[in-house]
Design a protein around this ligand. Structure first.
Ligand code: ZN
Length: 193
């Protein structure tokens, strides 16, 4: 038995919808990275497909994330491009709604020149991990109910290529505190679509 007391994860339900199903290796990396980041903040993710949702599920914390474009590493080109926002959350009258998007095409475009420098056998993992970080950033907004950014870490406003490709990328202490505070709220957000 482990002598350390590890606080139980507070569950959050994450509904996902992919425009195109990603390869298994990319999906594993997306899940692994998002779960690692959110798990360190005390939030456990329960993954469900939006297509399978019945509307009767009850969850204190939930998020619905649509993955746009192709979440794979086929057809990389060596061009460096600044493609625009990598993800976003929906807002109504200044209130963050539990709906977000992650743009796989833009993440791939942003990273492609550097992904070509990664051995082909490791690209699914590195790309999926990057997608998982953008996902964690959007979940950060949704679970803190805040559009604000922090100076460092996953909640910062702008990501560099190296942030997305580095072996490890974590929230800083103030973000953790903000998320833990957000986690205590019990006012479930109402879907408005
Ligand atoms: Zn943001």
């Amino acid at each position: 038995m482990c002598a350390q007391s590890i606080p139980p994860l507070s569950p959050a339900t994450l509904y996902t919808e992919f425009q195109q199903a990603p390869p298994a290796a990319v999906m594993d990396a997306i899940r692994g990275e998002a779960e690692a980041i959110m798990g360190r903040l005390g939030i456990g993710l329960e993954w469900r497909s939006l297509a399978g949702a019945t509307g009767s599920e009850v969850s204190i914390q939930l998020a619905v994330i649509r993955f746009r474009g192709r979440c794979d590493v086929n057809g990389l080109s060596p061009h460096r491009v600044q493609p625009g926002a990598l993800g976003w959350t929906h807002e109504s009258d200044g209130v963050i709604l539990p709906f977000g998007a992650v743009d796989c095409d833009r993440i791939r475009t942003f990273l492609q020149a550097d992904l070509l420098g990664v051995p082909a056998g490791g690209r699914d993992l590195v790309f999926g991990r990057a997608v998982g970080r953008v996902l964690a950033h959007e979940l950060y907004h949704i679970f803190t109910r805040s559009p604000h950014h922090s100076p460092e870490g996953v909640g910062k406003a702008a990501y560099a290529v190296r942030d997305l490709l580095a072996g490890r990328f974590v929230f800083d202490a103030s973000e953790s505190m903000e998320l833990r505070n957000g986690q205590l709220r019990v006012d479930a957000a109402e879907p408005t679509h």
